[in-house]
Design a protein around this ligand. Structure first.
Ligand code: MG
Length: 258
């Protein structure tokens, strides 16, 4: 799992370098797939339930499952949510990150806040991923934080166990009471992945059969780590420099910590 998660994390770093004004989402897909193949892995999402891309790329009001396209050009001020899985040695690493095209300074203040809230909510959720805790403790902490900051947590898609398969038990919702769900055990590996929307939690699926958009046209952010449950602090298996850079870049945006 460490190897698979390291590869998926490094592929996400490579994706970040490919995201710039004028690039197409196909170019970004290519950068990810090339990186994963070059390092002996396979893009997990390709063909999963028939998904046509190597990775999912969702722009602005798109929440999840966006299909890479040669026709889709990135523009300064866009936000790009990339969800990426890599399989190597029989195991899967899964992670997602929302990148600002042209840097944080190109974003409207409310968009920068959306990204910060979503990223923070993930780390708050991860802090609850401890041996003996219920999955509901993660979801409750994520939802409470997101809603305290005036934003909406998506319910239609949830986090999950990850290991030999991309989606394993248990489900990890980003909402609900603390008492929900099963208890986490040592050495469980789980993907925690809040999606945060600007205007409504409701999604609408586009005619391509894949892309889910924010139903009121607001922007959407998505951050995901694969995490191992230990005797103590959870181990973030997909950590990399882009996460630390984001923490620094959004430092001056005030949030409410309920
Ligand atoms: Mg996932």
């Amino acid at each position: 799992m460490k190897t698979a998660c390291r590869l998926s994390a490094e592929a996400l770093v490579a994706v970040g370098k490919a995201i710039k004004p004028g690039a197409t989402t196909y170019d970004v897909n290519r950068a990810a797939a090339d990186f994963i193949f070059k390092h002996g892995g396979v893009p997990t999402f390709k063909g999963y339930d028939g998904f046509p891309g190597d990775i999912c790329i969702s722009l602005n009001d798109e929440v999840i499952h966006g299909i890479p396209s040669r026709k889709r050009k990135l523009r300064e001020g866009d936000i790009v949510s990339v969800d990426l899985g890599a399989t190597i040695g029989g195991f899967v690493g899964d992670n997602a990150f929302t990148f600002p095209v042209g840097g944080v300074s190109a974003l409207k203040p409310e968009t920068a806040k959306l990204l910060k809230v979503c990223r923070e909510s993930l780390y708050i959720g991860i802090s609850k991923a401890r041996k003996g805790a219920r999955t509901g403790e993660i979801g409750n902490a994520v939802q409470t934080f997101v809603e305290a900051n005036g934003l909406f947590i998506v319910r239609k898609y949830v986090g999950h166990g990850v290991g030999r398969d991309l989606h394993e038990e248990p489900q990890i919702p980003n909402y609900g009471p603390k008492t929900n769900g099963e208890r986490l055990a040592r050495n469980m590996t789980i993907a925690i992945e809040p999606m945060v929307n600007e205007r409504t939690a409701t999604l609408r699926k586009l005619a391509d059969g894949w892309t889910e958009v924010e139903a009121k046209g607001g922007k959407s952010a998505h951050f995901e780590h694969s995490v191992a449950v230990t005797e103590g602090e959870p181990l973030i298996l997909t950590e990399s420099e882009i996460w630390l850079e984001a923490a620094e870049n959004y430092r001056d945006i005030p949030l409410i910590y309920p």
